[in-house]
Ligand binder design. Structure first.
Ligand SMILES: [Zn+2]
Length: 512
């Protein structure tokens, strides 16, 4: 696995020639406020020769500076009141790309901060943005076609958070590899194998469910989605279970269900008119959860337990395919009428959540999440932002509000959506024959409340309805729809972002 390594650099003299570093990337909103005098002079001189310096990313020939390379990456619009910390990410990404293209192998990153609450994590966000910019697709790496990787990135901030950022970046790298890869290389069995390799020796307990009888017994809705895929052995579904138990007395338990639809044809409600391309990225939720566990396994936070179930399935089409109108019993005992076979993600998640619900019965302070590229509606509604939808228990505990604050600081902003009574009305089976209906039969993007009401489905189909605020065992549950945020750039083939890994990790660490 490709890995970006960050190194804390305490000695400010590292910026000079002969230190072993070979470029200095300065991320700054203002040339005049660069604290290191030699660098400020070079930048000032550079701006007199080339008026682009300070306005767009530039490489200055800088004798005396490490590698002779000074990259000035200006932070634009930092004082704009509607901007957020991602302005530092944007600048750092451009800066590190120029350093790499110039031939640097060991660049230093100097982030010139601004006294503004919005930017208190600017250095960390800039560093992680470098990781995002430098990631290269797994297929390209495996074909031997990748650019040489950087050896490491030196961090001059003095914050001493290089090991934390390296662990976050390792998790994000794993998540990108799992999410961004084409459907044969990252079929369900291959996804499971990739996880096995990634977690060997990590201290995370991992098991893979692959037996069809067990899948159909424990994950009946997921197995219905995968029914047409059983005919092809390399496409058969898998469930990957992960568990991390921190040292010391466990004070909190976090439970994650990740949607890993490795390819979504839509099933019998097939995706038409070119809307199928890019559907190998319908596994971003499972990928992000796997990545989160990777980060946690490296940093080993004490006092928490993290349990995850990843539902890996190909929504194939064929003579065995499940179809609309079928009524299938969920693991939690709800008879679900299928409204649209392209609304398969909620079916995959519901059984994973039912299993996690059982785990939660005996867990200390359980808190549950589902992470999924679930709906086109969330993209229509919020663009490239994650939506959080809470159950009553999570709302009372202000889970989404706290998560929103954390995520914004770390450059992964989320929107909080409300679950309302209308959402439960939408999952009533009109015939009365089944306990519930999985969805309407129209694209979510043209359905009112198209990303909120699936949370109502998930709560009822998974049995979480019995764990509301007035129950004997309330379970906080938050659904995260990342259909708009799991990738960036090109609509079908953009770069996976590993969202919401960074926000979730910091939420967990902050809540502890
Ligand atoms: Zn679908």
């Amino acid at each position: 696995m490709a890995l970006i390594k960050f190194v804390d650099v305490a000695d400010q003299d590292a910026i000079f020639e002969g230190s072993g570093w070979d470029a200095l990337v300065v991320v700054t909103a203002d040339l005049t406020s660069i604290a290191v005098e030699e660098v400020a002079l070079l930048a000032d001189h550079g701006s007199k020769v080339d008026q682009r310096v300070g306005k767009s990313v530039t490489l200055l020939f800088a004798p005396g500076i490490a590698g002779g390379r000074l990259v000035i990456a200006p932070v634009l619009k930092a004082t704009d009141e509607y901007e957020d910390v991602r302005v530092f990410a944007d600048a750092a990404q451009q800066g590190i790309k120029v350093a790499k293209e110039a031939g640097a192998k060991r660049p230093l990153l100097l982030v010139n901060g601004i006294a503004d609450q919005r930017y208190k994590k600017a250095e960390a966000v800039a560093a992680l943005a470098c990781g995002q910019a430098l990631w290269q697709a797994l297929e390209r790496r495996e074909a031997g076609a990748a650019d040489p990787e950087l050896e490491c990135i030196g961090l001059l901030s003095g914050a001493n958070n290089a090991s934390m950022l390296t662990a976050i970046e390792a998790g994000r790298g794993l998540a990108r590899d799992l999410c961004g890869t084409e459907p044969e290389r990252m079929s369900a069995p291959a996804f499971a194998d990739y996880c096995v390799a990634a977690f060997t020796g990590s201290g995370v307990e991992l098991s893979v469910v692959e037996d069809r009888d067990i899948l159909e017994r424990d994950y009946p809705l997921l197995s219905a989605v995968g029914r047409a895929s059983f005919a092809v052995s390399r496409h058969q579904p898998r469930v990957v279970k992960l568990e991390y138990i921190g040292e010391g007395e466990i004070e909190r338990t976090y439970l994650f269900a990740g949607k890993g639809v490795v390819y979504d044809t839509g099933g019998a409600d097939i995706k038409v008119a070119g809307s199928m391309a890019g559907m190998s990225r319908d596994k971003g939720g499972a990928a992000a959860v796997a990545g989160l566990l990777k980060t946690i396994s490296m940093l080993k936070p004490k006092g928490i337990r993290v349990v995850a179930e990843l539902g890996l399935v190909r929504n194939s089409i064929g003579s065995e395919a499940f179809v609309t109108d079928e009524i299938i019993m969920s693991h939690a005992g709800q008879r679900v009428r299928i409204g649209n076979t392209d609304a398969e993600g909620r079916l995959v998640l519901a059984d994973l959540m039912s299993q996690l619900r059982i785990t939660a019965h005996s867990a200390v302070k359980p808190e549950m999440f589902s992470v999924a590229t679930l709906t086109g509606h969330v993209v229509r509604c919020f663009g490239g932002y994650t939506a959080a939808v809470e159950n009553s228990v999570a709302k009372q505990a202000q889970v989404a509000d706290r998560m929103q604050r954390q995520a914004a600081t770390w450059g992964e902003p989320i929107e909080v959506s409300q679950l309302r009574r209308d959402d439960f009305s939408k999952i009533i089976d009109p015939s009365g024959a089944a306990d519930m209906l999985s969805s309407n039969n129209a694209p979510s993007s043209i359905t009112a409340r198209g990303h909120q009401y699936p949370a109502a489905f998930l709560i009822k189909a998974s049995g979480l309805s019995s764990h509301g605020v007035n129950s004997a065992l309330p379970i906080a549950y938050t659904h995260l729809d990342i259909a708009g945020s799991a990738t960036e750039g090109h609509p079908q083939y953009g770069t996976p972002t590993a969202t919401p890994l960074v926000g979730l990790f910091n939420y967990i660490i902050d809540s502890k």
